[in-house]
Design a protein around this ligand. Structure first.
Ligand SMILES: [Cu+2]
Length: 131
C-alpha cells in the first residue's frame, strides 16, 4: 500500500519535472537572442561552443581553444556580409590544438559564417552583428 502511494508520488514528480523542463526550454531562445557586447566561444574537438552568437555593432568575440583538445583547429571566415573589408583578418593564420586565443571586433553589421578548415562539415558557427 505504502509502496503504491510512493510510486504515484514519484510519477507525479516526474510529470512536474517534465513540465518544468519544457517551460524552461521555451523561454531559452528569447534570452539567447539578445545582442551582446562581447562573447566567448570555445574551440573544441569538433565543435564551436556556442555555434551561434548575436553581437551588438562593434562587439567582440574571443575564441579560446579548449585545453582538452587533441586535434588542431582554426577559425576561418567562410562568408561575411556584402562589402566586408579586410576579410582575411577574420580568420586565424595558423591552426592550434590548445593554448590559443583569437579576438576580433565586428564593426560591420550582417551575418558571418565561420568554419574550421580542417573539420568544415563538423565545425561551423554563425555570428550575427546587429545594426
Ligand atoms: Cu577543427
Amino acid at each position: 500500500m505504502v509502496g503504491r502511494l510512493a510510486q504515484v508520488a514519484l510519477a507525479a514528480a516526474a510529470v512536474m519535472a517534465l513540465l518544468g523542463a519544457t517551460a524552461a526550454a521555451a523561454q531559452a531562445p528569447a534570452a539567447t537572442a539578445s545582442a551582446k557586447k562581447s562573447a566567448l566561444v570555445t574551440v573544441n574537438d569538433f565543435y564551436f561552443g556556442p555555434e551561434s552568437v548575436t553581437l551588438k555593432k562593434g562587439g567582440t568575440i574571443k575564441w579560446v581553444w579548449s585545453s582538452a583538445n587533441s586535434y588542431p583547429h582554426d577559425v576561418h571566415l567562410k562568408k561575411g556580409p556584402k562589402g566586408l573589408k579586410e576579410k582575411k583578418t577574420y580568420s586565424t593564420k595558423t591552426t592550434a590544438v590548445t593554448d590559443a586565443e583569437f579576438k576580433k571586433v565586428f564593426k560591420t553589421p550582417g551575418t558571418y559564417h565561420f568554419i574550421c578548415t580542417i573539420h568544415p562539415t563538423q565545425m561551423h558557427m554563425t555570428v550575427v552583428v546587429k545594426k
